[in-house]
Design a protein around this ligand. Sequence first.
Ligand code: CUA
Length: 187
Amino acid sequence: MTVQEGPRSADIAASIERRWAVVSIIIVVMVTMLAVIAGLHQATMPQPRVEITDPSRLHLSGEFIESNLGSVLGPDGSVTVRAIGQQYSFTPACILVPAQTPILLRAASADVVHGILIQGTNINTMLVPGYVSEQFMRFEKTGDYLMPCQEFCSFGHEGMWGKVRVIDKVEFAARAKDGGRLSCVGE
Ligand code: CUA
């Protein structure tokens, strides 16, 4: 039996190092290819539906004028809520919705990026100027929920709070029968 000598172990070490160098190069090439393929896929496939708005003209015409903000009961019994966020408040500041009803929230920002988070639920969306944010929601129980702005939007951010009030379905329907835009501002 012979004892291995220096040059032989150096050769073994060199071959192991080469093998790991090849493995790491393969990993880098694979990650690069993944990024390229994902980028090409995103650039060439149709995008999910995107709706745009002009934040500087939100208050002048169209869906997000002040008189159209709030909750409205649709003919199919579902409710659509339209709201805007601006430094440093939501309009309406108190959103009124019925319990046990499918609700579609449509919201936009009039200035910078804001966020809508309804505490105690998984409802959480960003309001990005220039785009309409949509969020489906449903509340099983009546009650009040806090709705803080969850994106830093400058020095008044921590004071930007709204509220969601969930009321009984029948009561909501009675209040909505005239077709007006409902909110709980001032209640
Ligand atoms: Cu609006 Cu933070």
